[in-house]
Design a binder for this molecule. Sequence first.
Ligand code: FAD
Ligand code: NAD
Length: 395
Amino acid sequence: STVPRIVILGAGYGGVLTALRLQKELNYNEANVTLVNKHDYHYITTHLHMPAAGTDDPENARVNISKLIDEFKIDFVKSTVVQIKPTEKKVILEDGTLSYDYLVIALGGESETFGIPGLQEYALAIRSINSVRLIREHIEYQFAKFKREPDRTDYLTFVIGGAGFTGIEFIGELADRIPKLCKEFDVDPALVKIINIEAAPTVLPGFDPELVEYAMKVLADKGVTFKIATAIKQCTPDGVVLATGETIKTSTVVWTGGIRGNRLVEQAGFETMRGRVKVDPYLRTTQNGHVYIIGDSSLMFNDEGRPYPPTAQIAMQQGVTCAFNLVAAIRNQPMREFKFDNKGVVASLGKGEAIGIVFGRKLKGGLAAFMKKLIDLRYLFIIGGVTLVLRKGKF
Ligand code: FAD
Ligand code: NAD
């Protein structure tokens, strides 16, 4: 047929927003849209620190894709992408092949280990529903093991590598969970250590110093120890080795040291920086006008020439522009340049505590935590309307 085929890879923030917008804007039979995702659910990555620590149910961090998209308008394919072949305009799935006229790569990022030995093998990462279930079970198992070998206090040492927003949000939850686990397993809370190791001279490098200080105080009061200006050099089955030569004995290392683009993107032959592809103002790869890349696998620079940090906020906005430009391309109409509208950041520090800058205003404590709730509910509303807010929202 002559109907153009649009294939979207990944149903994260960028992919879902692209699909939702296309399903709204396209007329009947104007294009065939296929959405491919590894799981038949979308996960809300920005909630994953909670199920990782066990302070929330992983069910609250995922939504069935069939509840989000209209399957009369969009074909959903549950499969794993194994290769992207831009020159042949084909995508190889684990169980088949898809051809496209327009491709949207929205496969998200992966953990960046900077080649540090042992991290890939021995550290845990907060990336998906499956990976956070593993972290939660692993933490509980350490308490259970300690009961059998009470001299092994190292089972009760939890190391978090990297104090970016992911590390800080996870630590806030973990510090909330520990007292409950101590009660459940009859463990003296004084034996438990949460150690956050950060290579930069400060926690949350680049963020507002006053809010950083506030965050550190809230977390320190909950029992967290910070080791700043200290890089992790190696991870072993028995713990971590620091750049200072010191070792910390532990069987739990959660690595939150940064993310890179999805490996499939560089394997496809695109030129990448830390796995990310620099896209043009219309979100297309400069090598191939029919391939759009959005979210954590794409790279865009602000007016000062600094790369935008990979966030859900930018991925969503890119999804909207990407859908607009796809419709424009099909209709031979002018495309729109992507302009990031930065609304700010809010990061949680556990129950009832957060920090943030929203529309240029600094927030902390309960007010920031309330703002975080509103942002979470707004997202549920955008993708699934009031129904989803009522089903998955926490008030
Ligand atoms: P993702 O949302 O990661 O989606 C990628 C999708 O592709 C997934 O559904 C995945 O299953 C699928 N996929 C991957 N590989 C394959 C494959 N081979 N085949 C098929 N499917 C595949 N950002 C904010 O703006 N605000 C926040 O408050 C915030 N909080 C965060 C909290 C945590 C704990 C973490 C880890 C991140 C947070 N972020 C936040 C960052 C944000 O989550 C990411 O920037 C965002 O998820 C990127 O969206 P994406 O669409 O690029 O990819
Ligand atoms: P990040 O890159 O922001 O932070 C990683 C941290 O690890 C850095 O501070 C870095 O100095 C440190 N690090 C790197 N190598 C190290 C080493 N060898 N030893 C010790 N420390 C080391 O990564 P992230 O926190 O996962 O965040 C990823 C993206 O997601 C960012 O854009 C962030 O803004 C976004 N995010 C946002 C929120 C929010 O808005 N609430 C929450 C989580 C993540």
